[in-house]
Design a protein. Structure first.
Lengths: 279, 198
């Protein structure tokens, strides 16, 4: 666009009446205009800027002043990265506005406030931080998986305990106390589910047997002594037995007892009674 | 036709604003506060006129001064008055907001829509000076034909190009261009003392 034409449409340009392409042509012409030619446009801009002077003055709310100053104060405390990002955005806006009508030169503050070395250092710090956070994230994921497994295990254990508590308080459950004979401190509780004919026996303070011996539990009926289980206790003298009563044990069941037998158990009790209870 | 006005007052005010902008460019927050105090009502009135909505006008007002804070170093006093520079930024931001479709346009399109609103000045001196400038520019605008004023208003406050104005007013494009150009030339002549051209 020749200067003569640009000058002729300057009044339209400064009020934003030109279409985008023509305005762009004017800006191109202005970019190589002489200072005197620039002043011609500056004068027209001043005329356009007087237009709003005809408006009745409106007063903005007082809180806007405080909000503005707070924003500026916060901006001065931003990190170099935040400043660089915001100034990049503002630079784009400035370039766009300059193409419209602004008499601007290249921003100086953006260059001086964000040295290149600082941006490089910030980028390196960001990369290091990202790697560190990635490692921590993987570690946390593993710990989370472990905790999830532990939680599931505890949930299952809790459910089992709840079932046992339910069994204990159920009306169909009989509780039979076994007392020590050879070992007076030993004791046991038999929880008998009379519907399912199942026994859960908790044994306490029954000393661990010698290495060549095992304990053996017996159903004692009027006619026979039936082997129920061969077991050992731990170092605290404890164990738990889960048993299903055989049909022949249900007939005439009179007592239950624990004897100490040779390793692997015996067909019939041979040792002394360590625990016993009448049914 | 020239209007009788005091150019010394306008020149002194421009010098004060130039000093403030230069201080803002050095990162002086108190200067920004002073610049805001001196010009916020003018800028707000312009933005409000474009947007026709106080909520969006308040947001844009903050954005305008934030942009001024960041770009004060780019201001060149040899290429225009500080208030013209600020008005250009304010209009540009407001028109951008308008075009972004942020709100349904219900704005009014006449310079007179706010004509009867009370002018709230911060001080009696400022009120008097503002009222005087307002009167002078209004008198200058009254020298234009209604058609010339309409075209200028639609371009400046509504952000319409001459093609869009021609379509809106159902007038030939050439007619719209002529009205805008002649209208602006009349204004420049009438406001020459305010522009330091008398």
């Amino acid at each position: 666009m020749k200067w003569k034409k640009a000058k002729a449409i300057a009044p339209l340009y400064v009020i934003g009446a030109l279409d985008q392409k023509t305005a762009h042509d004017v800006e191109t012409a202005l970019s190589s205009a002489s200072p005197e030619q620039q002043r011609v446009f500056a004068r027209w801009r001043d005329v356009a800027a007087l237009l709003p002077q005809s408006l009745p003055l409106q007063t903005p709310p007082d809180y806007l002043r405080e909000r503005l100053l707070n924003r500026i104060a916060e901006e001065t405390q931003q990190t170099p990265i935040e400043i660089a990002v915001e100034e990049s955005t503002m630079k784009e806006i400035a370039e766009r506005d300059e193409k419209k009508v602004l008499p601007v030169v290249q921003p100086r503050r953006a260059e001086s406030r964000t040295p290149r070395w600082l941006l490089i250092a910030a980028a390196a710090l960001l990369a290091f931080t990202s790697a560190y956070l990635f490692t921590q994230s993987a570690k946390l994921a593993r710990e989370r998986a472990d905790l999830s497994r532990e939680r599931n295990s505890l949930t299952e254990e809790l459910a089992a305990w709840r079932r046992q508590v339910d069994d204990i308080v159920s009306p169909r459950t009989k509780v039979i106390a076994m007392v020590g004979d050879e070992t007076p401190q030993a004791n046991a509780k038999v929880l008998w589910d009379t519907k399912e004919q199942q026994w859960v026996i908790y044994i306490f303070d029954l000393p661990a047997p010698p290495s060549d011996k095992d304990y053996q539990l017996w159903y004692v009926t009027k006619n026979a002594k039936i082997s129920a289980a061969v077991f050992r206790t731990d170092e605290q003298g404890r164990t738990v037995l889960n048993l299903t009563l055989p049909p022949d044990a249900l007939t005439g069941l009179a007592a239950t007892a624990v004897t100490l037998e040779p390793r692997g158990g015996s067909p019939q009790p041979t040792g002394k009674f360590y625990l016993k209870a009448s049914i | 036709m020239h209007l009788a006005i005091d150019t010394a007052e306008a020149s002194e005010r421009d010098q004060d604003l130039v000093s403030l902008v230069e201080r803002v460019a050095t990162g002086d927050q108190s200067a920004l506060a002073a610049l805001y105090d001196a010009t916020n009502r003018f800028i707000y009135s312009l933005v409000l006129r474009v947007l026709g909505d106080t909520c969006s006008a308040e947001e844009v007002l903050i954005d305008v001064y934030t942009q001024l804070w960041r770009q004060a170093a780019s201001y060149d006093a040899n290429r225009g008055a500080p208030l013209a520079w600020m008005a250009t930024i304010a209009r540009s931001r407001a028109i951008d907001r308008l075009r972004s479709g942020w709100r349904d346009q219900q704005r009014k399109e006449s310079l007179d829509v706010l004509g009867d609103a009370p002018a709230n000045a911060a001080s009696p001196e400022e009120s008097a000076a503002a009222s005087e400038r307002q009167r002078l520019v209004r008198e200058a605008l009254n020298l234009l034909t209604p058609e010339q004023r309409r075209v200028i208003e639609l371009a400046y406050y509504s952000g319409l190009s001459h093609s869009e104005i021609a379509e809106k007013l159902n007038q030939p494009l050439g007619t719209v261009k002529t009205r805008a150009r002649l209208g602006m030339m009349k204004l420049r002549e009438a406001l020459a003392p305010l522009l330091g051209e008398s």
